[in-house]
Design a protein around this ligand. Structure first.
Ligand code: MN
Ligand code: MN
Length: 269
């Protein structure tokens, strides 16, 4: 055997081994890839088929590690926000209060400013509550982006709306995992020279799993509420409980589309 032949054989052998190693590594990478924001927060479905196409300016999908939302550049707020809530999102970080415009919006879209709400009589109300993201500074800060904020009647925001948010976090002490979708409905008026719509209603759909990753069945716990965005309201959030079907009818959204239709229909009733 000549020296040249040996070398050629070795080169082919090394290429073969190299290719095998490459394929194994990329294969492992696919297997162990962490789930995307949508895989986590839109586990139950995308209620308006929002997309990341900037042409879709009234139903534009924004994915953050902390939550996923559909943004409406005409109303200056989200249509809805969806998020997972379990103890892994909770820690001891304090409320950052760093309200700020969301600079990730497509070029040319108006970025709602924290001051746009000043003097309007409305609170900068969180969709995903600050208290649901206290694991670290980044996660808490993300809840203060103006794309997660709506003009909310102050007494509602600090009253029974906040009570329901706390009720959700209390459920985690029993080991539960929640999937929450909340959003706006209708138009009461506009503020910020027409750039931000004050919704007439705020609603919420909460799916309650007894433990993380539990399979959803017709017996899975679910709470839906629809409240007027007003400073006068009844005593308890339970006074505003409705069926999921009723929110679907009023908003035109379709919730829980990732759940088999027969189970979905039963849960929504
Ligand atoms: Mn609030
Ligand atoms: Mn549905």
């Amino acid at each position: 055997m000549k020296l040249g032949q040996v070398s050629r054989f070795n080169i082919l052998q090394y290429l073969g081994i190299g290719l095998a190693v490459f394929l194994t590594l990329t294969g492992c990478q696919t297997l162990f890839k962490p789930p995307t924001a949508s895989q986590i927060h839109l586990k139950l479905g995308n209620p308006s088929q929002a997309t990341t196409d900037p042409q879709n300016s009234t139903n534009f999908l924004i994915e953050k590690p902390e939550f996923v939302l559909s943004y409406n550049s005409t109303t200056g707020t989200a249509n809805w926000v969806s998020w997972q809530l379990n103890p892994s999102w909770l820690g001891i970080v304090k409320r950052q209060n760093n309200f700020r415009p969301d600079e990730t919006l497509p070029a040319g879209w108006y970025q709602v400013q924290p001051n746009d709400y000043r003097g309007t009589g409305y609170d900068r109300g969180h969709l995903v509550p600050s208290g649901d993201r206290t694991k670290n500074l980044d996660q808490n800060s993300t809840t203060f982006l103006m794309t997660n904020i709506i003009p909310q009647a102050p007494k509602l925001n600090r009253g029974i709306w906040s009570d329901l948010e706390q009720y959700c976090r209390d459920l985690l002490k029993q080991g539960k995992e929640l999937y929450i979708i909340t959003g706006v409905e209708g138009k009461f008026k506009t503020i910020a020279k027409g750039k931000v719509t004050v919704p007439a209603w705020n609603w919420k759909v909460i799916v309650i799993l007894d433990k993380p990753n539990q399979k959803i069945t017709e017996n899975t716990g679910i709470i839906a509420v629809r409240m007027p965005n007003s400073n006068s309201f009844k005593k308890h959030w339970r006074d505003y409980q409705v069926s999921v079907d009723e929110i679907e009818k009023n908003t035109g959204l379709d919730f829980l589309t990732n759940i088999p239709k027969t189970v979905q229909d039963k849960l929504e009733r």
